[in-house]
Design a binder for this molecule. Structure first.
Ligand code: HEM
Length: 427
C-alpha cells in the first residue's frame, strides 16, 4: 500500500547512506510506519512467529552442520556426538528437531487463518501462491532433514517416499534411480539430501521476502475482510503490532520450550534411535505428525499411482484456490454456511492426521477415505457453489464504523431497574 515515507535520517552518516541506498528508509516504511488495519486479531501474529521459526531453524542448522557427518557410516554417530559431546549440542539439536514441528504448527495455523478470512482472494492471489510455494519447500526441507540422522525411520521414510516416484509410468524408475544417485537409498542419497537440506531454507528465505513484498502491495487483509477506508481504520505497525506480535511470540516460545526441555522426544519416533538398517523394516513406517494427513490421502486410494496423484493434488489444489472460491465476500465471519463447511474441513484434516498414524485398515482406512473425499469436495464442489447459493450476513461499511459512535446517532437506551429500556428522551 503506497504511503508517504516519514523516515528522516538524523545525522550526516544516515543521510549519506539514505541518498545512496535507502534500505533503512525501506525497513522503516515497511515495519515501523507501515499502515496496518486496526482490527488484526491474534491469528495475524503467526506470520511474525513463522519468520522467527525460519531464522531459528537456519541458525541452529548451520551450527549442527559444523559437527554433522553426511556419510552412512558416521551420520548416526555424529548426531549422538552432537547430543553428548558438543557444548550445548543437545540444546541446539533439540531446538532444531522440535523447531520443525513448531514451524509446521505455526504454518498450519497461518494457512487456516488465510482460508477462513479469505486472505487468498483478489488482490492477494499471488501472496497466497507464494505462501503455497513456501509450504512445498518447507515440506521438502523437512523430509530431507529427517533423513539425515540416519536412524531406522530416516532410512525407511526416504525409501518409501522415493519409491513413490517409481509408480509414475515409463519414467518412474528412472526418476527414482536419479533421486537415489544409485540403485538404493545409500551414501550418495544421504549426501545429496544433506546438500539440498542446507540449500532449501535459503530458497525459502528468498520466497518469504517476496511473500512479504506481495503482502505490502495490497496491504493486510483483516478479520472483517473489508478494505480499510481511511485513517480511522489504520494504525502504524510499530508500536501496536510489534507489541502484539512480541507477546504472541512469547507465548509460542513457552510451548516451544516445553517440548525442548520437558518432552524433547515426544514428537519423534523411538525407531529413529536405532541406526538405519536396510535389512530390517520397522513394523509401522510413519512420517512425522505434520505429514500424516497427506500420508492418509496417499493410502486412502487403493491404486498406488492414483494415491500418489491424490497426495500431490491435495497440495497442488491450494495453488488454484483463489479461483475456486466464487464468493465475493472475503471473511468467513459474514458467511454463515461457509463457517460450517470450514469447521468440517478442519475436522477432516485432523481426522486425516489421525488416520495417517494408524495402520491402513478398518476404521482408520474408512476415516481416511471419507476425509479424502471431503477434502477434495470442499475445494472442488463446496467453495465454487457456496458463492452462488449463500446469503452473506450484512457487512459494515468500514472497519471502525461499528466501533466508533457516530455523532448523529440516537442516544443509547439504558435499561431501567425493571430491565425495560428507558423511554426515548423528547427532542
Ligand atoms: C516460512 C513460512 C512463512 C512466513 C515466514 C510467512 C510470513 C508472513 C508474514 C510475516 C505475514 C504478515 C503477517 C500475518 O498476516 O500473519 C504473512 C501473511 C500472509 N501469509 Fe504467510 N508466511 C509463511 C507461509 C505462508 C503459507 C504457507 C501461506 C499459504 C499457503 C501463507 C499465506 C499468507 C497470506 C494469505 C497472508 C496475508 C494475510 C492477511 O493479510 O490476511 N504464508 N505471511
Amino acid at each position: 500500500m503506497d504511503h508517504q515515507s516519514k523516515y528522516e535520517p538524523t545525522n550526516g552518516f544516515t543521510r549519506w547512506i539514505d541518498s545512496r541506498l535507502p534500505v533503512v528508509r525501506m525497513a522503516h516504511d515497511s515495519f515501523i510506519d507501515y499502515p496496518t488495519p486496526v482490527n488484526l486479531n491474534y491469528w495475524w501474529t503467526f506470520g511474525g512467529i513463522l519468520t522467527f521459526c525460519l531464522v531459528i531453524m537456519i541458525v541452529t542448522g548451520i551450527v549442527l552442520a559444523m559437527h554433522y557427518t553426511p556419510h552412512v557410516d558416521h551420520a548416526f554417530d555424529s548426531v549422538q556426538h552432537i547430543r553428548r559431546d558438543v557444548q550445548f549440542g543437545w540444546l541446539i539439536q533439540y531446538v532444531h528437531a522440535n523447531g520443525a514441528s513448531m514451524f509446521f504448527l505455526a504454518v498450519y495455523i497461518h494457512m487456516f487463518r488465510g482460508l477462513y478470512y479469505g486472505s487468498y482472494k483478489e488482490p492477494r492471489e499471488l501472496l497466497w501462491i507464494l505462501g503455497v510455494v513456501i509450504f512445498v519447500l518447507m515440506m521438502a526441507a523437512a523430509f530431507l532433514g529427517y533423513v539425515l540422522p540416519w536412524g531406522q525411520m530416516s532410512f525407511w521414510a526416504a525409501t518409501v517416499i522415493t519409491n513413490l516416484f517409481a509408480a509414475i509410468p515409463w519414467v518412474g524408475e528412472g526418476i527414482r534411480t536419479w533421486l537415489w544417485g544409485g540403485f538404493s537409498v545409500d551414501n550418495a542419497t544421504l549426501n545429496r539430501f544433506f546438500s539440498l537440506h542446507y540449500l532449501v531454507p535459503f530458497v525459502i528465505f528468498a520466497v518469504v521476502a517476496l511473500h512479504i513484498w506481495a503482502l505490502h502491495v495490497p496491504g493486510n487483509n483483516n478479520p472483517k475482510g473489508i478494505d480499510p477506508k481511511g485513517n480511522q481504520d489504520m494504525v502504524p505497525f510499530h508500536p501496536y503490532y510489534t507489541a502484539k506480535d512480541g507477546f504472541a511470540l512469547g507465548l509460542f516460545l513457552l510451548l516451544f520450550a516445553t517440548f525442548v526441555f520437558y518432552l524433547p522426544d515426544a514428537l519423534g519416533h523411538a525407531d529413529n534411535y536405532i541406526k538405519a538398517d536396510p535389512l530390517v523394516t520397522p513394523e509401522h513406517i510413519v512420517p512425522e505428525w505434520y505429514f500424516l494427513p497427506h500420508y492418509a490421502i496417499l493410502r486412502a486410494v487403493p491404486d498406488k499411482l492414483m494415491g500418489v496423484i491424490a497426495m500431490f493434488a491435495a497440495i497442488a489444489i491450494l495453488f488454484v484456490l483463489p479461483w475456486l472460491d466464487s464468493s465475493k465476500v472475503r471473511s468467513g465471519r459474514y458467511r454463515p454456511l461457509f463457517q460450517q463447511f470450514f469447521i468440517l474441513f478442519v475436522v477432516a484434516c485432523v481426522a486425516l492426521g489421525w488416520a495417517g498414524g494408524q495402520p491402513a485398515e478398518g476404521a482408520a482406512l474408512l476415516v481416511s477415505r471419507v476425509g479424502t473425499i471431503y477434502y477434495f469436495a470442499f475445494f472442488l464442489i463446496i467453495l465454487p457453489l457456496l458463492g452462488v447459493f449463500e446469503t452473506p450476513r450484512e457487512m459494515p461499511n468500514s472497519i471502525a464504523e461499528p466501533v466508533l459512535k457516530k455523532p448523529d446517532s440516537p442516544p443509547e437506551l439504558e435499561p431501567d431497574s425493571t430491565g425495560k429500556p428507558a423511554p426515548v428522551p423528547a427532542e
